[in-house]
Ligand binder design. Structure first.
Ligand SMILES: Cc1cc2nc3c(=O)[nH]c(=O)nc-3n(C[C@H](O)[C@H](O)[C@H](O)COP(=O)(O)OP(=O)(O)OC[C@H]3O[C@@H](n4cnc5c(N)ncnc54)[C@H](O)[C@@H]3O)c2cc1C
Length: 474
């Protein structure tokens, strides 16, 4: 892959794929890149080639429709490519089956989605403990159960989705452990009812789980995951309305898999890399790029859409993608202002109508600072670099006042995940001491955006081939 085009879109989920399709309809030469083998993103991900699946499931239908539209379009789809560098201009470097490939365009749309948040507890790094969102990947892409006796824990709508998926695939859910209580769900109900199709799906999951007599422990969290070399037991603890433990652990469940998630965090690495202006918005998952209504960031030519620009869910991501596709066409001079505004108006209205549902479900998944404050000193926060909470507190005592200093003091966030896993919690721990999330800021974006091997970038070589300059005469 090399060459030039009018627009590069990174991420072929609901947001990026729709942006690419709309921009292409207006005549732009569009390159759409994703590390997955096909389009669909996290929510509409296709099963791995060769695996059979339920083609009538709503997400499979939506995903297949999107893939068919892309297949019939002239969008230049480049899947199986992992973007590791984006530089001004814009030049995008991606590692694919044939090594590194580069493409350039004056316009770039970042549609890179979200990653999941797990608020650490003792034993969260044991084999057998996986993210709730990761469990959806196992179930949808690989058609694999996370374990034989699974505890599903955390918060938000993914709890029921994952538990129902496990039951549907023939697995056993030992229990659902929800930080929220029935009162929080009831409060969210009117907003959830604004999207009857999704509400009906949620109710369907609840009925299925009830028919299997899956116990639900409301207002409980995980005190510890325990086992010799792998998960054997999960200890539960009652929590208050802020998510903080409020009594001694009371229940122990025997289990070989724990799927746990405490919401999602926008994957805003590309806008951070370009120093676009960002805002801290807890309801949208954390730090998000400041946008105009059409997805444009504060950096000329750089747009950001979908969950990577603030959590709203799949349907708003899809519509936001179409709006950004129109904006890109307008900015490239292919769509006159009047036509652009006319085409965007109904989409903006549609997105507004989805706001109540998006806010309610994002609210259920928002970070609970009291839960973070209750993490014990010895609990590992950064699993790549083995940094416990005590080291983060010690770094503050030694003078670290923002997250980039924290990184230098502790190596927290310097491992292969580049802070995707620990960043939000580490920043929250520091912010509790410094005063605010705004004060501690966010980690600056840096290439490589994703782990890439040097060998893949530079190819194989022999040391004998490296020319060694003659020593300079004395
Ligand atoms: C792991 C996970 C599982 C989820 N499962 C569900 C679910 O089952 N149901 C649900 O309703 N919501 C789910 N969500 C939330 C869901 O992702 C969103 O609401 C929706 O998919 C957002 O669409 P999007 O287009 O913004 O991003 P996504 O759908 O996340 O698409 C982003 C795409 O960008 C690609 N990408 C990112 N970075 C790079 C890179 N450097 N190089 C190449 N490609 C890149 C990714 O491979 C991905 O395909 C999940 C989220 C996560 C993180």
């Amino acid at each position: 892959m090399s060459g030039e085009c009018d627009l590069i879109v990174i991420g072929a989920g609901p947001a990026g794929a729709n942006a690419a399709l709309v921009a292409r309809q207006h005549g732009l030469r569009v390159v759409l890149i994703d590390e997955q083998p096909d389009a669909g993103g996290q929510v509409w991900r296709a099963p791995w080639p060769g695996l059979a699946r339920d083609a009538n499931a709503p997400e499979a239908r939506d995903g297949d429709a999107l893939r068919a539209r892309l297949g019939a379009s002239a969008v230049d789809c480049r899947f199986g490519r992992r973007v590791w560098s984006v530089t001004s201009g814009y030049r995008v470097d991606a590692l694919g089956p044939d090594g590194n490939e580069a493409v350039c365009a004056p316009l770039l749309i970042a549609a890179t989605g979200a990653h999941e948040r797990v608020v650490p507890f003792p034993g969260w790094t044991l084999p057998g403990v996986i993210g709730l969102a990761a469990a959806t990947v196992l179930l949808k892409s690989h058609l694999v159960l996370p374990g034989e006796r699974v505890v599903v824990a955390g918060c938000g709508p993914l709890l029921a989705a994952v538990a129902a998926g496990i039951v549907k695939a023939g697995g056993e859910v030992v229990a659902i452990v929800d930080l929220a209580g029935p009162a929080e769900w009831l409060k969210a109900f009117p907003a959830m009812a604004s999207r009857p199709r999704l509400l009906a799906r949620g109710m369907g999951w609840a009925l299925k789980l009830a028919s299997k007599r899956v116990p639900v422990h409301f207002r409980y969290g995980i005190a510890a995951a325990e086992g010799e070399g792998q998960l054997e037991r999960v200890r539960l603890v009652p929590v208050d309305e802020h998510g903080a433990p409020c009594a001694e652990p009371t229940l122990t469940l025997t289990s070989d898999a724990l799927c746990i998630g405490h919401g999602l965090v926008p994957g805003a690495e590309i806008t951070r890399l370009f120093r676009a202006r960002h805002l801290y918005q807890p309801l949208r998952g954390g730090w998000v790029p400041e946008l105009d209504g059409f997805g444009r960031t504060s950096v000329p030519g750089l747009l950001a859409i979908g969950d990577g620009a603030g959590l709203k869910g799949a349907a708003p991501a899809e519509i936001g993608g179409r709006i950004a596709g129109l904006a890109a066409a307008h900015d490239a001079g292919r769509l006159a202002r009047d036509a652009f505004e006319q085409a965007a108006a109904p989409l903006l209205k549609q997105r507004e109508n989805l706001a109540a549902f998006a806010d309610a479900s994002a609210g259920m998944m928002a970070l609970r600072p009291a839960q973070v404050a209750a993490i014990s000193p010895e609990t590992i926060i950064c699993r790549c670099e083995d940094v416990p909470r005590a080291e983060i507190d010690a770094a503050f005592a030694a003078g670290a006042r923002d997250v980039n200093q924290l990184k230098h003091f502790t190596r927290c966030g310097m491992g292969p995940c580049q802070g995707r896993m620990c960043g939000d919690v580490a920043a929250q721990l520091l912010a509790a001491q410094v005063g605010s999330r705004e004060a501690v800021g966010y980690w600056t974006g840096r290439p490589p955006l994703r782990p890439v091997g040097f060998e893949a970038l530079i190819g194989s070589f022999s040391y004998d081939d490296i020319p060694i300059p003659k020593p300079a005469p004395l």
